[in-house]
Design a protein around this ligand. Structure first.
Ligand code: ADP
Length: 588
């Protein structure tokens, strides 16, 4: 991606990470809230079962009471005919006593028309005695089915309660009346009030008739039909109580009997976990309403944990991808580098071979003048010798003629040696050739090639060579190095009054050290680091190419040695070091 887009990409990354963090955090908080609500709902459900059990136990305790009382002979005989005042008084007292012992709310005895002939509350102004309850559904149920039950607000007392009734019959099983027990639940409501939950009991029509909190009783959980309203009026079940709808709206359902709802309760609108439990025996439903108990800290912790996990994951991924990219980049640059090195080495080798060859040719060119002179001289001499020889032979002086042949022979041998050297010098030798050779012999041959010049220029030559000096290398190339060094030394001393060349070859540790020192005034300090650079020359145009030392340096380096340049007393000193060929010395 171009550099221009980098900040854009970075911004995009940051935005994605931030958006991801927000999403993950809110999802985690929502999940934590939902989980907490579900856990809460489950706990509430278990508690609801306990509440239902206590209500059921309470009712069960009294369920058999009216049936047992209905068997009492006194009650049965009293209902068999008109009840006298004395009988009524005795019955009232009896019911009062039993009611006290059984701890029920009220006991009453109804005759076959539903008229209360006796009641445990006969002493109170709200006494049932003399009132007719024939309109109550429990009475009609008792007459038709033998037993009845009904929750209603007392028309006389105004106190709501659960009426359980049982038929009183004579020996012929004829209906004489009904024995009724009324249960009120003030204690239950008081007990239920201790918790912070709202507990409601609704009837089959969805009318709340038991509530542990004020304001919840007589609320309608469902809409009443006209028939329901007519029936309620006829049975006076909730008498004069106003039935107010309880507005509630489901937010989330957990299961059939458990959901989260917004309820417009007596204390205002609020969210509740709403648990319901049907009480099939009574046809009622028990409800538990609980305010959700998810705290902000819980949600925050869940959010923080999720954000932490998400960010760790993101940074881990970023770190890994960065490492992977770096490794790929490194691998690519390594491959690129290797390719480049190979390419350059190839180029260098070709260039070096080319340089060696052109340097040789340059040297050859420079030497040809000297060689022409070197060959011309003996040729002239030989022509004169041959003339002398002809004369001697004409005069029959055969012995003298033989003697005159000797210098001719010597001169021819020398010329052959010279041309032989030239041939090998110009030849392009394969790089990497490593033959066993004597470095001292190489020095000899090089000196021989330059012998004319040394003599002409009257150079004082001191040669100290350790023999044999075995090395591994290419004789022609080493000779080229030697000639370069010698020629440079002769060039430097050309105009000097004192011309002294000192060549020394000695062993030093595992190396041969061959030095060529001259009295040519040395190399300028600032030029010393550059003398081995290709095409560096201080000689006039046409005289020097600046290749000699560069090529020599490369050749010595290739053979595992070193070539150094330095200044000494009154000139320069070049030192070649080459590894000693120990194998060859052992063989010798
Ligand atoms: P060239 O001889 O063609 O100039 P070289 O590579 O052989 O190229 O030498 C490079 C330069 O190093 C020379 O031009 C000269 O300045 C310097 N040099 C080499 N040998 C000597 C020496 N013995 N004394 C002084 N200067 C030298």
């Amino acid at each position: 991606m171009p550099t221009l887009f980098r900040p854009l990409r970075l911004t995009l990354y940051i935005l994605l990470i931030v958006a991801g963090t927000v999403l993950v955090t809110s999802a985690a908080m929502r999940h934590a809230e939902r989980q907490a609500q579900e856990d809460d709902a489950q706990r509430a459900n278990q508690q609801l079962a306990l509440y239902a059990n206590s209500l059921h136990t309470l009712i069960e305790r009294y369920r058999a009471l009216p049936a047992v009382l209905a068997l009492d002979p006194e009650l049965r005989s009293a209902l068999d005919g008109p009840v006298s005042a004395q009988q009524q008084d005795s019955l009232n007292r009896k019911l009062e006593k039993i009611n006290g012992a059984a701890e029920s709310s009220t006991l009453e005895l109804l005759d076959r028309t539903g008229l209360a002939v006796a009641a445990s509350n006969w002493r109170l102004p709200s006494s049932y005695v003399g009132h007719n309850y024939g309109f109550r559904p429990y009475f009609s149920q008792t007459r038709s089915q033998g037993a009845g039950r009904f929750y209603a607000v007392g028309v006389t007392s105004g106190i709501p309660g659960y009426f359980l009734s049982s038929a009183v019959t004579n020996d012929n099983d004829e209906f004489l009346g009904a024995m009724v027990v009324k249960l009120e639940f003030p204690e239950l409501e008081r007990e239920w009030r201790q918790g912070s939950d709202t507990l409601l009991v609704s009837d089959a029509r969805g009318i709340v008739f038991i509530a542990n909190q004020p304001g919840w009783r007589y609320r309608l959980l469902e809409t009443l039909s006209d028939t329901d309203r007519a029936e309620l009026k006829a049975t006076r079940q909730y008498d004069k109580q106003a039935l107010v709808p309880l507005a509630h709206q489901m937010i989330r359902r957990f299961d059939d009997n458990s959901y989260l709802a917004r309820v417009d309760g007596p204390q205002g609108s609020a969210e509740y976990l709403w648990e319901s439990l049907p009480l099939s025996a009574e046809g009622w439903t028990l409800h538990l309403l609980r305010r959700p108990q998810v705290t902000f800290e819980d949600l925050r912790n869940a959010g923080l944990a999720a954000a932490g996990l998400w960010l760790t994951l993101v940074f881990l991924l970023l770190f890994l991808s960065q490492r992977w990219r770096l490794a790929k980049l490194r691998q690519r640059s390594r491959e690129e580098l290797e390719r480049l090195v190979e390419e350059r080495t190839r180029d260098l080798r070709t260039a070096q071979d080319g340089l060696v060859q052109s340097a040789k040719l340059a040297a050859l060119g420079q030497m040809s003048a000297a060689l022409a002179h070197e060959i011309n001289q003996p040729l002239t001499a030989q022509r004169m010798q041959l003339a002398t020889l002809r004369l001697l032979l004409e005069h029959g002086r055969v012995d003298d003629a033989y003697k005159a042949l000797k210098p001719v022979d010597d001169m021819l041998t020398r010329m052959a040696a010279l041309t032989g050297h030239l041939k090998t010098f110009a030849r392009k030798s394969p790089s990497g050739l490593r033959e066993q050779l004597d470095l001292a012999a190489v020095v000899d041959q090089s000196l021989q090639l330059l012998d004319t010049r040394v003599r002409d220029e009257q150079v004082d030559c001191v040669v100290q060579l350790t023999r044999p000096a075995w090395v591994r290398g290419d004789a022609i190339r080493l000779e080229q190095v030697m000639i370069n060094l010698l020629r440079n030394a002769l060039d430097a001393m050309r105009d000097k009054p004192l011309k002294r060349l000192h060549i020394q070859l000695e062993a030093d540790d595992q190396l041969w050290r061959l030095s060529v020192a001259d009295s040519g005034g040395g190399i300028a300090e600032q030029d010393l680091p550059n003398v081995f650079d290709p095409f560096f020359t201080t000689k006039p145009v046409g005289d020097g190419l600046g290749l000699g030392l560069a090529v020599s340096f490369a050749i010595i380096h290739e053979l595992g040695g070193r070539l150094n340049a330095d200044n000494q007393a009154d000139g320069a000193i070049f030192t070649v070091t080459l590894p000693i060929d120990l194998e060859a010395h052992i063989q010798c």
